[in-house]
Design a protein around this ligand. Structure first.
Ligand SMILES: Nc1ncnc2c1ncn2[C@@H]1O[C@H](COP(=O)(O)OS(=O)(=O)O)[C@@H](OP(=O)(O)O)[C@H]1O
Length: 151
């Protein structure tokens, strides 16, 4: 979804096997997005909410995947931000995006064109991983801004 609309998608043009893998990945990613904004789970504890909304997410992901890509509508940020935080993530940045700001628990370091973006996107599919959107370039460009900026 970050590819330019002007260039042809290498996945769409590729073999059936690659297209199948892409569908699996897309399905996982959609499930994660749907899970993140399935309303109602705020009313329960994190564990219960996760179990029930994963079932719901599974169902809704199936529905969403039937629709054209343009019909995927992202939730308003406040819906995601209003979720409860698991005790496991208390005091840390939770997988759903809320909680106090903390330094990262893992860094991806790579040379230019080394495939770091692909690695990040694959990791981001996992529901317990919260990843930054843009590369922060803290150590090479923003170090002077200090750790408060980095959090
Ligand atoms: N698995 C695998 N195999 C071969 N090539 C791969 C793979 N994953 C990513 N890529 C290619 O890596 C290029 C992007 O690398 P980066 O994400 O590090 O780019 S960037 O420097 O941060 O912009 C980018 O190359 P270009 O398409 O030539 O720009 C990707 O197509």
């Amino acid at each position: 979804d970050r590819c330019s609309t002007t260039s042809p998608s290498p996945v769409k043009a590729s073999s059936g096997r690659a297209a199948g893998l892409f569908e699996d990945l897309r399905s996982l990613r959609t499930k994660r997005l749907v899970y993140e904004w399935t309303p109602g789970s705020e009313l329960m504890g994190y564990g219960a909410a996760r179990r029930s909304s994963l079932v719901l997410a599974d169902e809704r992901a199936r529905q969403v995947l039937e629709l054209p890509e343009e019909s995927l509508i992202l939730p308003p940020p406040d819906l995601v931000a209003s979720r409860r935080v698991s005790p496991r993530f208390a005091g840390k940045l939770s997988p759903l995006g809320e909680g106090s700001k903390k330094l990262p628990q893992a860094l991806i370091i790579g040379v230019k064109k080394g495939g770091t973006r692909a690695l990040l996107e694959f990791l981001r599919v996992h529901p317990d991983i919260r990843a930054v959107g843009a590369e922060p370039h803290f150590f090479d460009r923003n170090y002077e801004n200090g750790l408060e900026w980095y959090r």
